[in-house]
Write a protein that binds this ligand. Sequence first.
Ligand code: PHE
Length: 340
Amino acid sequence: MDNIEKISAEIEAFKVNAAADLENFRLKFLSKKSELQSLLGEIKNVPVEQRKLFGQQVNELKQKAQAIFEEQKQRLEDAAPVQGNLSDVTRPATAVSLGSRHPISIMMDEVCGIFEKIGFSTVAGPDIEDDWHIFTALNFPEEHPARDMQDTFFIDQKPDVALRTHTSTLQVRTMETHQPPIRVICPGRVFRNEAITSRAHCIFHQMEGLYIDENVSFADMKQTLMYFAKQMFGENTRIRLRPSYFPFTEPSAEMDVSCNICGGEGCALCKHTGWVEILGCGMVDPNVLENCGIDSKKYSGFAFGLGIERMTMLKYKTNDIRLYFENDVRFLEQFTAAKL
Ligand code: PHE
């Protein structure tokens, strides 16, 4: 009888912490070799008149042990983390943040779109190029200082191979494979060995254009670029051309647009001149036409090249080119095609 009380106290005090506790409890009180079972075996030593009571009490104890076992087992299961594929459909959903298009891609598409409207088609080509397509075909004589105009990343093992410094390479590729009339724009990534600052980067994007046909004149170029400037920066935009030099065009010019921030009044962005430079251009040098297999007596044409980052900075009034490469979503998500 004393034992019954002791065991009863022990059973009541049982609190499960781990699965092992439960198993120990089961072995101790519920299995065939449990203490309760051996207590029942003692019945023969109990005086006859007390046997009934003894048996009843041991049975009650067994039931109590079983009930406590179930209860503690439930507690253990409730505390365990949910496993498998169970999902709580009532939980509020986690917000999924949507990506946005990169401002450089948006701008590339916009510039391509403007030229596509007047019959230019878009061409693409390799970032890694040979000397011929970057320089020689474009009338940069070997050892000529003009090659220093663009600080080039060369590849040590192969002096003939370099990362393209401009997408004029695609003008060469197009002329080598097509006869006039040619009207193409060539967007792409370019590389220059330059220190990274708020205004310059060693990787950026360019868009070059090429127009070759019979009787193409400087005036055609000017009209085309004026159309572009107005489409891009608004109807009131004015342009001006300043004489310049590129080995592959003659004559060459640089084009400025009236500052779209101050409207030409003068501000920090245009350095108080009212004008911002946006592209280089010129009439394709006859040497270049001949290098690419086009008859320079019959055909003439113009080419131009602009920096996409610069265009984007102007249009969105950002003052640090590095922002376009850091890919901080807080910056990127401000540009959506819808806002254009
Ligand atoms: N390729 C020149 C550059 O990268 C730009 C340019 C293109 C100038 C076509 C004139 C004509 O700076």
